[in-house]
Design a protein around this ligand. Structure first.
Ligand SMILES: C[S@@+](CC[C@H](N)C(=O)[O-])C[C@H]1O[C@@H](n2cnc3c(N)ncnc32)[C@H](O)[C@@H]1O
Length: 345
């Protein structure tokens, strides 16, 4: 069986990297077919695993907008007969809508929606079209001359990423990253539900909110008590209960329990203070202090500005960089997202 994933195209690599990281840590056994940027098919899924994989992906992913169960792969010449050959009563409950999305295709979207809708109605009793609130959504994706016909079983909560933007939280302070990127970084750290995740520069708690929402236990610390308290206010607001926050300088950090992952956005630039640590030295101090607080197989996912070379600092402490992604923020700043782990001894 197959799952069809429609991904964000706001970054050329991060959406797929996030998907791969989630598949790895959740043991999702499927082959990945990247059709084009924004369109990925997970193939060879055993029917026994399909529902749990579907639930996990929709619960976790930030840069994937939709996940659908593939019904049939078709093409321009065979679409009508393929759609007519499906037993739609297996997929549609009372009412439905067909929505078409194009990737590198010039097909007539509205015409295809009408055509597929009519074919479904002709081949299935007791269902009707409802374009505003359909119970079942048939997603047709057109890519070049191919059509992928799929059904949406679980809706991804895209509204959450709007509702959790930094200025919509009860405690706001400039410098918190966009929640989708925060979710992606949490996923890149390969954390699983129930495991402990730490952000030692927690600020307003943006990263911890995303980790808490996918079921992690979270710990946040910040050198300023105002930020530590603000994080707690924000975590409460989003209904996250399994958390602890501390007011501590990263250089003094000593966790009561080694963590399964660290996800963080250390201070840099003008909008965040580094306490009394000088400029780039905060990164050195951070690596030295965090190493012993992490389990041996833990991952660290962090953001940094392009002008800070993490390589020598990471080497020095015994870490290695395993993945890196560049996000251009503006003319003079590119943000680097690094996935780091302890070197094997
Ligand atoms: C870029 S902000 C983090 C933003 C955060 N991800 C959020 O969602 O709001 C960096 C944070 O590091 C904190 N910080 C600065 N120096 C620190 C230090 N030496 N130890 C711990 N926290 C520090 C700042 O107070 C600030 O809240």
């Amino acid at each position: 069986m197959e799952l069809l994933c429609i991904q964000s195209q706001e970054h050329p690599e991060l959406p797929l990297a996030e998907l791969k990281a989630v598949m790895e840590c959740e043991n999702i056994d499927a082959e990945i077919e990247k059709v084009c940027e924004g369109l990925v098919i997970l193939k060879d899924i055993s029917p026994d695993n399909l529902d749990s994989y579907y639930e996990t992906l929709t619960r976790r992913l930030g840069y994937t907008h939709e996940v659908h169960e593939m019904i049939v792969r078709s093409d321009v010449d065979n679409l009508d007969s393929d759609v007519s050959g499906i037993d739609w009563s297996e997929y549609i409950d009372e009412s439905f809508a067909v929505r078409v999305k194009r990737f590198h295709s010039q097909i007539d979207t509205v015409g295809t929606e009408r055509n597929v809708g009519t074919l479904i109605l002709d081949n299935c009793d007791d269902i009707k079209v409802n374009l505003t609130k359909p119970k079942s959504l048939v997603r047709v994706v057109a890519f070049e001359n191919n059509f992928y016909v799929a059904i949406e079983r679980i809706k991804l909560n895209k509204k959450h990423f709007e509702d959790s933007k930094p200025h919509k939280r009860p405690f706001f302070y400039p410098g918190s990253m966009n929640p989708k990127l925060a979710r992606c970084m949490v996923n890149l750290s390969r954390i699983r539900e129930g495991q402990l995740l730490l952000d030692p520069f927690c600020g307003t708690g943006g990263i911890l909110i995303e980790a808490g929402l996918i079921g992690c236990k979270v710990v946040g610390s910040d050198v300023y008590w105002k930020m530590k308290n603000g994080t707690a206010i924000n975590l409460d607001y989003y209904g996250i209960t399994d958390y602890r926050t501390f007011n501590v300088d990263v250089r003094e950090l000593k966790m009561y329990e080694k963590v399964a992952s660290v996800v963080t956005d250390p201070p840099y630039g003008i909008s965040t203070s580094t306490g009394d640590v000088d400029g780039e030295e905060i990164f050195n101090e951070f690596f030295r202090s965090i190493y012993d607080n992490m389990k041996d197989d833990a991952y660290l996912c962090m953001a940094s500005p392009h002008y800070v070379d993490l390589n020598p600092m990471v080497e020095d402490v015994g870490f290695e960089i395993v993945e890196q992604y560049r996000i251009k923020m503006h003319k003079s700043l590119t943000r680097i997202i690094s996935v780091i782990r302890k070197k094997l001894k």
